[in-house]
Ligand binder design. Structure first.
Ligand code: PEP
Ligand code: MG
Length: 560
């Protein structure tokens, strides 16, 4: 058979992963209405009960392995649903009336589903959990793959259309050796998760979900390739490359900075899909000097209402305590668009959620949620000058309003994320209102290039090397207040040098990316970083900007 070559996409997390494909199954088919069994009702009921028991056992097993409390509680509740005697009675009654087991399960769950959906907001939020239990039982009965992330003891390559936060809550990085998605760009949830876990990943791979389960593939997260059926020599060569690059990792104790001593604190992004504790552990292991972005959404996910004061204080205190010395910057709740929260839906259906009510816009609509969060942050900070920034700030008036609320709450270091081109263009006005900026290159690329960050087909437009994006960063970095970058762009070692050359004062990223950024930055003087930045901005396309910066940074400066 001729070698069709590898599938190609965008590499978003370096390293290689080899293993059999396991596809994430999106939906389980509804058993046809009226499907009947062949008259052995006792055997049919036994099959249905056995499926429900297996589902309960597997959920209990997963709960025992869940990394965080919220995930564990959801799983325990789901296992109880599968063991619900009323539900079992409903299944048995339907089988006795002639329905086949899968259909009987579907319909019995349907009764509970309707009751939940009609109840209060908290119970309504459980409908998805109930559907998940139903789908698991029906999948077992129909002998089709289980929905969600596959559960396996053997290492595998996870192939999915895209990964959502709920899909990945239980993901075990010890068995998932690589991610491959058909959708998603370099700033998608999958990419952020992969970098946080240090799992190689390639996104926007056309045809990935057509790979049959079990196909052995070699994923190269740097080159952005997925090779089905690689030769043993290719797998060996990839492993050697991985080992060599691990050996080159620099001393994690060194603070970030250029060759000639310009300090550039290298900070960690915390609160991503891997979970806060895992992120904090990884941050310390990789030598983070503080936290440049605490994504507080983790506290608000899967809730019927906002977490209370004490719960928020405890969560923030844990993060502050993990970095008693370095800088810590917290982002207030960024709800909406790609970060939908059950209890904070958009006020009306939005044709373009990314352009709708999200981030600070959503908080302005719910000022009680913002003031409660600021009060909890102030209590946890206990006088420490933590930075508190707002997402999706558009204009100076919004920045000033947010800063006033922070100061009223006793938080003296308000900041603004620069994610909207309007904010970058008028950065000087915003700088009068706040103490610092942090550029979110993920959203800034999305809005600068008018390309939904969830669209894999537009991955090339999310490239943080877009010269237009570099121009916007330069405006923010030159506006007179310290400006960091906390988007995924900061994790690219070459781009990190360019950002520093543009005037960026600190870089925050998924912890596993810190060592490579530290090492690259330490090899160049500030002047060389500036020269690389100028060369990149003089280019007309993202690939040309990258090539131009690479050329300038190809040589290392000697120690000065
Ligand atoms: C960004 O937009 O670059 C950013 C850091 O925020 P998030 O990815 O959480 O939207
Ligand atoms: Mg953002």
């Amino acid at each position: 058979m001729p070698d069709a070559g590898p599938l190609r996409g965008t590499g978003v997390s370096p390293g290689s992963g080899y293993g059999p494909v396991r596809r994430m199954v999106g939906t389980v088919p509804e058993p046809p209405p009226g499907a009947r069994h062949d008259s052995d009702a006792a055997a049919e009921t036994a099959a249905a009960f056995a499926a429900l028991a297996r589902v309960a056992e597997s959920l209990e097993d997963l709960a025992g392995r869940a990394a965080d409390d919220v995930g564990r509680d959801v799983l325990v509740a789901q296992a109880l649903m599968a063991r619900d005697p009323e539900l079992a009675a409903g299944v048995a009654a339907r089988v006795a009336a002639g329905l086949a087991a899968p259909r009987a399960v579907w319909e019995a769950f349907g009764v509970h589903r309707d009751a939940l959906a009609a109840a209060d907001a908290y119970l309504a939020a459980r409908v998805a959990d109930l559907d998940d239990v139903r789908d698991r039982a029906v999948a077992l009965l129909l002998d089709v793959p289980l929905p969600g992330v596959p559960v396996a003891d053997e290492p595998f390559v996870l192939v999915a259309r895209d990964l959502a936060p709920a899909d990945t809550a239980l993901l075990d990085p010890a068995v998932v050796v690589a991610f491959v998605t058909e959708d998603g760009g370099p700033t998608s949830h999958t990419a952020i998760l992969a970098r946080a876990l240090g799992v190689p990943a390639v996104v926007a791979v056309r045809g990935a979900t057509d790979l049959p389960d079990g196909t052995p593939v070699l994923v190269d997260g740097a080159a952005g390739t997925v090779r089905p059926g690689p030769s043993p020599a290719e797998v060996r060569a990839a492993r050697v490359r991985d080992r060599t690059s691990r050996r080159a990792a620099p001393d994690p104790a060194l603070p970030g900075g250029t060759r000639d001593g310009r300090r550039v604190p290298l900070l960690a992004n915390i609160g991503g899909p891997a979970g806060v504790r895992a992120d904090l552990d990884a941050a310390r292991a990789h030598g983070a000097e503080g936290v440049g972005l605490l994504r507080t959404e983790f506290l608000f996910l899967d809730r019927a209402e906002a977490p209370g004061h004490d719960e928020q204080v405890a969560a923030y205190t844990e993060v502050f305590a993990a970095f008693p010395e370095g800088d810590v910057i917290v982002r207030v709740l960024d709800a909406g668009a790609d970060k939908r929260l059950a209890f904070l839906p958009p006020p009306a259906p939005e044709p373009n959620p990314a352009l709708g009510e999200r981030g600070l816009r959503m908080l302005r609509r719910h000022p009680d949620i913002l003031t409660a969060q600021l009060a909890a942050l102030a209590a946890a900070a206990a006088g420490r000058p933590v930075g508190v920034m707002a997402p999706m700030v558009t204009g100076a008036d919004e920045a000033a309003g947010f800063a006033a609320l922070c100061r009223d709450a006793g938080l003296a270091r308000p900041g603004a994320m620069i994610e909207v081109p309007a904010a970058a263009l008028r950065a000087r006005d915003l700088a009068r209102a706040v103490e610092f900026f942090s550029v979110g290159t993920n959203d800034l690329a999305q809005y600068a290039c008018a390309a939904d960050r969830q669209s894999g087909a537009l991955a090339r437009l999310h490239d943080p090397w877009q010269p237009a994006l570099l121009d916007l960063v330069a405006l923010a970095a030159g506006a007179g207040v310290p400006c960091g970058v906390c988007g995924e762009g900061a994790a690219d070692p070459i781009l990190a040098c360019v950002l520093v050359g543009l005037g960026v004062a600190s870089l925050s990223m998924a912890p596993p990316s810190i060592p490579a950024v530290r090492e690259e930055l330490a090899g160049h003087t500030l002047d060389r970083c500036r020269a690389a930045a100028a060369a990149a901005r003089a280019a007309r396309t993202a690939p040309a900007a990258r090539a131009a910066a690479r050329a300038v940074l190809a040589r290392r400066d000697r120690p000065v």
